[in-house]
Design a protein around this ligand. Sequence first.
Ligand code: TYD
Length: 138
Amino acid sequence: MSLADCHIINLPKIQDCRGNLTFIESDRHVPFDIKRVYYLYDVPGGAERGGHAHKALYQLIIAIAGSFDIHLDDGVSKKTVHLNRSYNGLYVCPMIWREIDNFSSGAVCMVLASDYYDEDDYYRDYLGFKAEIKNADK
Ligand code: TYD
């Protein structure tokens, strides 16, 4: 998996005079079965989240409210994505190191995940993650 596999997914947006509505269906709007949803909120100014990669987990990350930056790193290249629309999701594949910062006041980061929480699926050490990428390339 590389950064090229990570991209913005435009979610449906139904607009009328009462406001907007966005919906997300498993396997239709996201290319995986949604098994878990979690969200980050009440993030203090200047805080950083993430700082890990997943071995097998697929995710869609959405700025449900406010905005933040997501820094992606596949061990070779890096890119930063600014999320600030409730109808945009960032699709993040396995083996991508991510860090999230620059949260606006009141930001809510919602994450749809392809599997249940499993600490064994995490790389929490950047050097260990890089070593694994190098190993896989051999
Ligand atoms: P972590 O994944 O490190 O958060 P972030 O990437 O946002 O910085 O998770 C923080 C803590 O919450 C850690 O102890 C694991 C726990 N956790 C769960 O119990 N279930 C979950 O679904 C998630 C995402 C985290």
